[in-house]
Each structure stands twice: as structure tokens, then as C-alpha cells.
Design a protein around this ligand. Structure first.
Ligand SMILES: Nc1ncnc2c1ncn2[C@@H]1O[C@H](COP(=O)(O)OP(=O)(O)OP(=O)(O)O)[C@@H](O)[C@H]1O
Ligand SMILES: [Mg+2]
Length: 478
């Protein structure tokens, strides 16, 4: 990868010297002649690995350059060039995070050695940052488990298109492995050393969505005390995963489309557009064609995202994969818990016969629970849920009563003086929310789907009843 260096100095002679020196070292050099110029360059392009800047220039201080660089990317290293009279400020710059300072006049070999050390540091920081971002949800990335023809085809397709820029739309029910496929597309591409950024379009608060996605300038709105580069730019050179893309409100769909078409973002409160290079993978468990038909999703955006489609069939349509996945999850969770377990034949039979409305995620949860419960060397039938619990106890009776054509309510509560219908119904609603959440191990997107609610409406109800649900998706996208 090329090393990007920015040189900022108002003296043309010094700029030329440094330019020659760094170009000889094989770096990609950009020159700025004053603070103003440097700030524009830093904010508008990809981050630099190293910035060498004069400390005092006619239009401002190198410290401003340092601060802009740190805001843009923490791994950028900055070396200050100072005149004898400004060493105090140089020390201050070090406190603010400059890598080192060098006094004028300097020897080229000294500057070059300092630059090399600074670059080592920025390389390590950059690598750590990428590792950190990619390690979120670390237990992933073993590839796709599944020997069914459908999964084989998907694996082949993923291998074939991973290393292209083609936008991919992944569809499938909740828990079928959409995020696994998205991560795999990233890991098998030459973008894998850059960030994989998950944007959960359903979990972003609507009012903040635009600035979370596209960034904002300092002071762009009340509360914007610092500049924010936004999730799209965080994914620069990497992959942007738009999860639950069907949840995106229409005005944001328009803005996202612009970004995809022009490959530029305009931060909230900013005047200039910033170029971005991202590969876009989107996922949804909604029927987007239908959403388009009913004018809830823009057709032009749909076409952009749906260049290539990967559809993950529900687990009940690929029973060949169940035993394989079950064994994989048992192995993974037992090793995490320091156990060594296998499934007993009776347990395996139950596992293979079960229908998995929650798909692979439900299978994984069941295996994790069984591994926790198992006491001997084997998972027994008793470590798995009993038959009654294996049918969804809540949603089925509800669905049945909806279909019943007798409109008289059978099990009516005792009504009379002091009866409060709203409170009564509210209590039922609250209990159903809690139960479904527990069933889905607090995955709110899954729970919302089970209840036939949009994510937004589901979240509204949780807030109404003061139910705080933990949700990994939310922390991931902030
Ligand atoms: N083929 C597979 N191989 C290995 N693990 C899988 C596979 N499919 C799914 N999983 C696991 O199942 C769980 C659910 O997968 P994932 O989060 O990708 O589902 P999803 O389709 O994104 O669901 P949702 O729509 O609810 O977000 C994860 O823990 C994932 O690791
Ligand atoms: Mg998902």
C-alpha cells in the first residue's frame, strides 16, 4: 500500500526539498502552502499516514493542522518543523499528540529517520483500528456452514463476486445468516484490510440518521460539538453494510442514492462534498419488491442495491444443514465454556426434527443453552426444550384467534366498575413484548418481526412500557 504524506510549509524552497526527499523514499506526497490549504486537503481526501508541517505560518499555526489531522484519523502521525524561537509551541504540540518536532535548519537524514519511525507508528495504529473494527462480533468468519445445494451455490457465488465492487443485496428471513454472508464478502475481498462498517438502518434514531451516516461539521446543529466523519466515510476503502435497509425512511433513501451514484458525501452543515470509495452490501428481511410497489421504497435505490442478489433460504427448507450447524455450534460453544460435548442420538433426533422459526440464530441459541445445561460429556434430550415449548406458545394462539370468524371474545376479563380497558390491554401488550424478547434472546429486530411490527413501532412500544432491551445491533452502529 502506498504511504501518503502531506507536507505543509509556506516556504517554497522547503516544500521542494521535502517533496524530493519523500518521493525518493517512494511515498505519495501532497503539498500545502498554508494552514487553510492543508485543512481543506485533510478534510476532503483519504487520511494521511504522515503530515510534516511548519509550526508557524502566516495564516495560522501548525497546531490547527495537527488537530484537523487527529480528527480525521487518529492513526495519522504529525511532525512539526520549528524555528528556534517557537520550541515552546513545539512542546505544546507534542502534548496535543504530535509525534515529534524538528528544529530548522535540519539534516535530511535526521528528518527521514524520524519520518520512518512515525510511519511505523501510524501503520501499527491503523492496523489496530482495522482489527478492532473487524473484531466486533468476533466469533464470526469461519465461512458458511452448510452442505445443502442452496448453501453450496451461495458459497460459490460469494467467492466469485467477493472481490468486485458489485453491490449485493442479501435477502432472507431473520436469523438465516445475512450478516455472515456480508462479512464473508468483505473478508474474501481485497478490501479486507479496511473497515467493515455495519449500519443498522432500523436502529438509528431518525433525527440523527443523516448526520450518523454522512457526518456533520462542528456546530452544524445544537449538540454537534465536534466534527463527525459519519459511518459512510468510516467505511472508506472498505465495505459498508446497510443492514435492515428496508427500514430507511424515504428522505434518507434519496440521500443515500445520491451517495451511491456520485460516490461523494456531503456532511451535514458542510459546503463541500467528500469523495468516498465503498463497496455496498445491503440486507433486508422485508420483501423489497413489494415495498417498491407500495411506494415505501424507492425503485431507483432498489435497482442500485440489487445488482446482485443472494437469497438465504430459511433453515426449514434446507434440513440437510441442521445437523452440521448444530454440531458446529456445540463445538464452538463448548470450547468457549471449556467443555467437550457431543449430542446424544436422542438429542440429535430432536434437533433435526425441530422447525426453527428463528432459523440459524435460534438453532445457535438452543445449542448454546444446551451446552450450558449439559453436565456429563453429552448433551441429552433433557437439555433441550420440551415439546410444548418448541411450538411458539404466543404467536400461534394469537394468529389462530385472528382467523376465528366468531367475533365474540371468549375469555373476556371481568368488567365492571373500576375496570380500565386501556390498562388491561397495556398489561397484556407489555407481557407479550417481554416474552417475545426473551424468546429471541433480546434481539429486538427479531422480536419485532415475530410480532409483525416494524422496528420503529416496536421500539416505540418498548419505550412506552419502559422496557430496556439490550441490543447488540444498536451499539454496533454507533
Ligand atoms: N451458514 C452459517 N454458518 C455459520 N453460522 C451461521 C450461518 N448462518 C447463520 N449463522 C449464525 O447464526 C446467527 C444469525 O446469523 P446472522 O446474524 O447473519 O442472521 P441475519 O440473517 O443477519 O438475521 P437478522 O435478519 O435477524 O439480522 C449468527 O450467530 C451467525 O453466526
Ligand atoms: Mg442481521
Amino acid at each position: 500500500m502506498t504511504v501518503r504524506v502531506l507536507v505543509c510549509d509556506d516556504e517554497p524552497g522547503l516544500r521542494t526539498t521535502l517533496n524530493v526527499l519523500f518521493q525518493r523514499a517512494g511515498y505519495d506526497v501532497t503539498l500545502a502552502e498554508n494552514v487553510h490549504n492543508a485543512l481543506d486537503i485533510i478534510r476532503d481526501g483519504s487520511p494521511f499516514d504522515l503530515i510534516v508541517t511548519d509550526l508557524s505560518m502566516p495564516d495560522g499555526s501548525g497546531i490547527e493542522v495537527l488537530q484537523a489531522a487527529r480528527e480525521r484519523d487518529e492513526s495519522t502521525q504529525v511532525i512539526m518543523i520549528t524555528a528556534y524561537a517557537t520550541t515552546d509551541q513545539a512542546v505544546q504540540a507534542m502534548r496535543l499528540g504530535a509525534y515529534d518536532y524538528i528544529q530548522k535548519p535540519f539534516r535530511n537524514d535526521v528528518l527521514r529517520a524520524t519520518a520512518e519511525k512515525a510511519l511505523e507508528k501510524s501503520a501499527i495504529l491503523h492496523e489496530n483500528k482495522v482489527l478492532r473494527e473487524n473484531a466486533q462480533n468476533s466469533l464470526r468468519s469461519k465461512g458458511l456452514i452448510g452442505k445443502s445445494p442452496a448453501m453450496q451455490r451461495i458459497t460459490e457465488l460469494v467467492e466469485k463476486v467477493a472481490n468486485t465492487r458489485t453491490n449485493v443485496l442479501i435477502t432472507g428471513e431473520s436469523g438465516t445468516g445475512k450478516e455472515v454472508v456480508a462479512r464473508l464478502l468483505h473478508e474474501r475481498s481485497d478490501r479486507s484490510s479496511h473497515p467493515f462498517v455495519v449500519v443498522n438502518c432500523g436502529a438509528l434514531p431518525e433525527t440523527l440518521m443523516e448526520s450518523e451516516l454522512f457526518g456533520h461539521e462542528k456546530g452544524a446543529f445544537t449538540g454537534a460539538t465536534t466534527r463527525n466523519e459519519g459511518l459512510v466515510r468510516r467505511a472508506h476503502l472498505g465495505t459498508l453494510f446497510l443492514d435492515e435497509v428496508g427500514e430507511l425512511p424515504l428522505p434518507l433513501q434519496v440521500k443515500l442514492l445520491r451517495v451511491l451514484q456520485e460516490r461523494k458525501v456531503r456532511p451535514v452543515g458542510g459546503h463541500d462534498e467528500v469523495a468516498v470509495d465503498v463497496r455496498v452490501v445491503a440486507a433486508t428481511n422485508r420483501d423489497l419488491e413489494k415495498e417498491v410497489h407500495e411506494n415505501r421504497f424507492r425503485q431507483d435505490l432498489f435497482y442500485r442495491l440489487n445488482v446482485l442478489r443472494v437469497h438465504l433460504p430459511p433453515l426449514r427448507e434446507r434440513p440437510e444443514d441442521i445437523a452440521l450447524l448444530a454440531e458446529y455450534f456445540v463445538r464452538r460453544h463448548s470450547s468457549l465454556m471449556g467443555k467437550r460435548l457431543t449430542l446424544s442420538p436422542e438429542a440429535l433426533r430432536w434437533v433435526v426434527d425441530y422447525r426453527y422459526p428463528g432459523n440459524v440464530r435460534e438453532l445457535e441459541n438452543l445449542m448454546e443453552r444446551a451446552v450450558t445445561l449439559a453436565s456429563g460429556g453429552r448433551i441429552e434430550r433433557a437439555d433441550l426444550p420440551d415439546e410444548a415449548a418448541s411450538r411458539s406458545p404466543l404467536t400461534e394462539p394469537l394468529a389462530a384467534s385472528r382467523e376465528a370468524d366468531d367475533s365474540r371474545v371468549q375469555d373476556r376479563p371481568v368488567t365492571g366498575d373500576g375496570f380500565d380497558l386501556d390498562a388491561y390491554l397495556g398489561d397484556i401488550e407489555r407481557r407479550i413484548l417481554l416474552q417475545v424478547l426473551a424468546e429471541c434472546s433480546d434481539k429486538r429486530t427479531v422480536a419485532a418481526k415475530k410480532l409483525g411490527l416494524t422496528f420503529r413501532s416496536f421500539r416505540y412500544r418498548l419505550a412506552k412500557y419502559g422496557i430496556a432491551a439490550e441490543d447488540e445491533d444498536e451499539t454496533r452502529s454507533s
